[in-house]
Design a protein around this ligand. Structure first.
Ligand SMILES: Nc1ncnc2c1ncn2[C@@H]1O[C@H](COP(=O)(O)OP(=O)(O)OP(=O)(O)O)[C@@H](O)[C@H]1O
Length: 357
C-alpha cells in the first residue's frame, strides 16, 4: 500500500499541509520542534486510529482550533484505491474508510499496515514482554487470518474469568470460561509459533551481519508452564488464580526471547546495535508481509540517525532500499540522509509548514 497524498489541518503545530508523496522514499527534514514527528504521527493515526504518543486524539488539535483533519488517498500495486480520513473534535473522533458508514480501527489497520520505528525502538529488547507480544501480534494479525477472531474471543473470555476471580465468585463460575480460553488460546499459540518460524527464516542480513558469526535466535514462551498444553496448565493453576484474583497463565503472558550466542540480546549488544537489531526484526516483518500476502506495509522511521553512526545508518538504509516499500524518514539535517537511499523526495519542515524541497 502507498499513500499518494496527505492532507493535514490543525494537527499539533501543522496548520495546513496538502502534499503529493513519493511512492518510494520520503525524507522529512527540519529542526527540533519543527513538526517532523507530528507529520509521521498524522500518518500513523490514519493507519491505526490512535496516536503513538499515548495521548487522547483531542489533545493533538492545534491550540486555538476546534478540530483537526487528516486525509489521504492510497493505492496498491494491484490498482485498488482507497480514501481514508480522520476528523477529531474535542469531544469525538471519526474514522472514515472510503464510503463506509462506520469505520473501525480494524478496517484501517487492515488497509494500511504501518511499521513504526522510533528512537525508543530498542525498548522491544529492553523492556517488558508487552512490547514483544505487540511486535509478534502485529505480524500475526496481518499474516495469519485465524488469529484476530481467536484473539478477540480470548480477550473477552479472559475479561470475564478475571472478573469472576476478582469478585471471589464460586469456582464453577470461574472455570465456566476455561473451555473457551483453551480453545481460542491454542489457536493464538499456533498462529504465533508459525509466524515466528517465518521471522527466523527471514531475519534480514542486516541482523546477521550485526551479530557476526554468533548465533542470533528467537525463542518463544507461550505464557504457561510445562509441556502438557494450555488446558493442563490452566487447570493446575486454578488454586493460585483463585488466590491471586486473576488468570496467571495463558497467551496473554507470552513472550519471545531474543538471544545472541545463547545470551539475552539486551545484555550483550550496545544501544546502537540494539536499535539496529530491533529495526531489523521490524523490517523482517515487513518482508514477510510482502512475500506471504503480497501486501506492502508503509514504514515510518523517526530520527533514524539518533544513536546510529554512519555504518549502521548505511546498513539500515540498504535494508530499506532492498524492501522497496514506501517509507517516511525524519532527519534533523539533509547531511544525515544516507547515500544508500536512492530517489528520495525531500520535504522541509519549518514551524509546522511543510514544503517540497
Ligand atoms: N496541540 C498542539 N498544538 C500546537 N502545537 C503543538 C501541539 N502539540 C504539540 N505541539 C508542538 O508541536 C511542535 C512540534 O513537535 P514535533 O514532536 O513534531 O517536533 P519534531 O520536529 O519531531 O522535533 P524533534 O526533532 O525535537 O523531535 C512542538 O513544539 C510541540 O510543542
Amino acid at each position: 500500500m502507498r499513500l499518494e497524498s496527505l492532507y493535514i489541518e490543525n494537527f499539533r503545530c501543522i496548520e495546513r499541509c496538502d502534499i503529493e508523496l513519493s511512492p518510494g522514499v520520503n525524507c522529512i527534514v527540519g529542526d527540533n520542534a519543527s513538526g517532523k514527528t507530528s507529520f509521521l504521527e498524522a500518518i500513523y493515526i490514519l493507519g491505526r486510529g490512535e496516536s503513538f504518543r499515548q495521548s487522547r486524539l483531542g489533545q493533538a488539535i492545534c491550540h486555538g482550533s476546534d478540530a483537526l483533519t487528516i486525509r489521504s488517498r492510497l493505492n496498491n500495486h494491484e490498482g485498488s484505491r482507497h480514501r481514508i480520513g480522520c476528523h477529531v473534535t474535542r469531544q469525538t473522533h471519526q474514522l472514515k474508510l472510503d464510503d463506509q458508514a462506520e469505520t473501525r480501527r480494524y478496517d484501517l489497520i487492515s488497509v494500511l499496515p504501518l511499521q513504526h520505528i522510533d528512537p525508543n525502538v530498542h525498548r522491544l529488547l529492553e523492556q517488558g514482554p508487552k512490547y514483544r507480544r505487540h511486535f509478534l501480534d502485529w505480524g500475526v494479525f496481518h499474516v495469519e487470518h485465524a488469529f484476530f477472531p481467536a484473539w478477540r474471543r480470548y480477550r473477552r473470555a479472559l475479561k470475564q474469568r478475571n472478573r469472576a476471580l476478582r469478585a471471589h465468585r464460586p469456582k464453577h463460575q470461574v472455570i465456566a470460561w476455561d473451555a473457551e480460553l483453551v480453545q481460542q488460546g491454542e489457536i493464538i499459540d499456533a498462529c504465533r509459533r508459525q509466524y515466528l518460524e517465518h521471522i527466523k527464516r527471514r531475519l534480514p542480513v542486516t541482523a546477521r551481519q550485526l551479530v557476526g558469526d554468533d548465533e542470533l535466535d528467537l525463542t518463544y514462551h507461550p505464557g504457561w508452564r510445562g509441556d502438557e498444553g494450555f488446558g493442563h496448565a490452566m487447570a493446575s493453576s486454578l488454586k493460585q488464580d483463585l488466590r491471586a484474583g486473576f488468570t496467571q497463565q495463558g497467551p496473554h503472558r507470552a513472550d519471545i526471547r531474543v538471544s545472541i550466542a545463547s545470551t539475552n540480546a539486551r545484555d550483550w549488544v550496545s544501544r546502537g546495535q540494539q536499535k539496529l537489531l530491533t529495526a531489523a526484526l521490524l523490517l523482517a516483518q515487513a518482508d514477510i508481509l510482502q512475500s506471504t500476502r503480497g501486501v506492502q506495509p508503509v514504514l515510518l522511521l523517526d530520527d533514524m540517525a539518533a544513536e546510529l553512526g554512519e555504518t549502521y545508518r548505511a546498513a539500515l538504509a540498504a535494508e530499506i532500499e532492498r524492501l522497496g516499500v514506501q517509507c517516511f524518514l525524519t532527519f534533523l539535517s539533509p547531511d544525515l540522509i544516507p547515500r544508500e537511499l536512492s530517489e528520495t523526495r525531500m520535504f522541509h519542515v519549518k514551524q509546522g509548514r511543510i514544503a517540497m524541497a
